[in-house]
Write a protein that binds this ligand. Sequence first.
Ligand code: ATP
Length: 332
Amino acid sequence: MFAIKAVTPNVKYTLRLMSYMKKSRMVNNITVEVKAVSRVYQARKVVNALSLKLEQGKILGLLGANGAGKTTTMKMMAGHLMPTAGDIYICGMDITQNPKEAKALIGYLPEHRPLYKELTVDEYLEIAARFHKLSSHRIKQSIAFVKERCGLADVGKRVIEQLSNGYQQRVGIAQALIHAPMVVILDEPTVGLDPIQIRQVRSLMREIAQDASVIFSTHLLPEVEMICDDVHILDQGHTVYQADIHTLQHHMQTRSLVAAFKRPTNLQALYQLPNVLGMYHQNEHTVVVQYQHASPAEALVTMAVQQDWGLYLLNEQQSTLEDVFIQLAQSS
Ligand code: ATP
């Protein structure tokens, strides 16, 4: 249905999108819509009322620490796991009501690559293509296209297990692209790769976004900053932040003062300092004061002396991801 020859990937994508927009109920170019989705495991809610929207051609980074619920969320979006509650629409199609049709629009690379390592790259991609029921004519075209896109053109005859880790990852990504999906979901695509391979996979993701929307998970904030349009941060199954990358970068411009006191302090009084955005106790004696623009250090020292708090340490630091998490978790 999508075999459009002799056109650039962008044109091909637009044509395919138009065809889908006509057929489906997709509105405003939204390729993925997740509405209040939860997942319970053994009476524990590991994903809690998560909602998100992704537009065509955008890259969304799902960010969170270990156990935050990223893999569970991606499995549900890929149609590999039923939500306990909530709805997921792929190009306007309800994945629970129309699993076959919706899943045909998704390319998925799970956390553990689904590779048959004893096969050659070509053999494996052919199986992946047949799995998606591509016609014989289209199989050849698609294998050539994904090999080209993923930098595998020279290794088609190589046995997968003899390839480097980075190349095996590319094969995993290639299988996710074989049927020209509208949405590509990649679970931690750069984990375990060396810095050069990481850079290659990131630029591959940007290329994929020319043809499809991309959702990928990571626990690396710099990775999100480098390639995402949108960010969704999870903490213990809860959304603590979702916005476009520019808004996140604004948050990251926050700086902090780490101040340690011998005697109990009055946090309310510290809030009165100029430019303060938030604060939290790092431990019993130490308070992290987050601010923007000019540092309130001088005013803090003056206040600490006046109040006799016994200030014995004061350090400046750039906000870390942990700071942002804590700030967001406390304000949510
Ligand atoms: P990581 O970065 O470590 O892969 P994650 O953000 O992808 O973590 P998930 O794998 O989605 O997190 O796990 C979220 C929570 O759900 C964890 O506490 C995990 O132990 C739990 N969990 C995941 N799968 C199952 C399962 N099949 N049965 C029970 N609990 C599970």
